[in-house]
Ligand binder design. Structure first.
Ligand SMILES: C[S@@+](CC[C@H](N)C(=O)[O-])C[C@H]1O[C@@H](n2cnc3c(N)ncnc32)[C@H](O)[C@@H]1O
Length: 241
């Protein structure tokens, strides 16, 4: 999952498909500073190839990233030389410091596979937040919104390459399985094919809400932003249990 071939094209492909990392980073910064005006430090969990982080570095004094995939992290490092990027698992990590904001974007949280893991992950985010710090989580599709059998397809040109991405996502119980096939062509190497499979838990909105509450957050859900998945925004209470 998220191996070298995907890491190489991930952010270019998504930008060419219409994802605006700059606009998202600016919007999320506004969301954070509305709740914590002086926010100056940020951790991006599941930071992938650094698509948001490259912009967050211009918006915050200190930014760090945490990511499970070595290949994604290596790609991020090429764009963010000298920045603290950690290989780790969002479900259980300890960076030994707190931040003004922790973000987890583009549905990465859906890789937690049950409610205990989801709550444990949010508790871990809470341990990395200053009192009054802000968490922003872009969930995976809610169970009630998921379209079974969804087929996605794009062909884009980026960085001298032509990339085709075709996906098929099916639901089995409350888990979605997305099979994604990629064709990448350039003048020197010709056409290459590779494929990846992603499994996500389809939590309902209520499951996210109860997990945020259990982790000690006073959280609200903002609909229809970030490509339709919305965001949960939580503030870490000053009195922790
Ligand atoms: C859809 S990508 C999003 C990457 C990035 N946030 C973005 O917006 O481009 C999901 C990312 O979550 C990472 N991921 C999956 N499970 C993880 C875990 N348990 N801990 C940390 N990262 C994880 C994947 O390796 C992948 O880079």
């Amino acid at each position: 999952m998220y191996g070298r071939d995907v890491a190489e094209i991930h952010d270019d492909l998504n930008s060419s498909r219409g994802k605006d990392y700059r606009q998202e980073a600016e919007y999320l910064t506004e969301v954070i500073r509305r709740r914590r005006p002086g926010a100056r430090t940020l951790l991006d969990v599941g930071c992938g190839a650094g698509g948001h982080l490259v912009h967050f570095t211009e918006l915050f004094d200190e930014v760090e990233g945490l990511e499970l995939s070595r290949d994604m992290l290596d790609k991020a490092a090429t764009k963010l030389p000298g920045r603290p990027l950690h290989q780790g698992d969002m479900r259980d990590f300890d960076l030994g410091r707190r931040f003004d904001a922790v973000v987890c974007l583009f549905g990465s949280i859906g890789h937690t596979m049950d409610e205990d893991e989801l709550r444990g992950t949010l508790e871990c985010f809470a341990r990395h937040l200053a009192d009054g710090g802000v968490v922003v989580v872009e969930p995976w599709w809610f169970l009630e919104k998921f379209i079974d059998g969804y087929v996605g397809g794009d062909v884009v040109e980026s960085g001298g390459r032509t990339i085709a991405r075709i996906s098929h996502t099916v639901r089995s119980g409350d888990v979605s399985t997305m099979n994604v096939h990629f064709l990448v062509a350039d003048a020197e190497t010709g056409v290459r094919h590779f494929a990846e499979t992603y499994r996500h838990k389809l939590f309902g909105r209520d499951r996210y809400e109860s997990a945020f509450a259990a982790a000690g957050f006073d959280a609200e859900y903002v609909e229809d932003v970030q490509g339709g998945r919305g965001i949960f925004v939580g503030v870490m209470g000053k009195e922790r249990s």
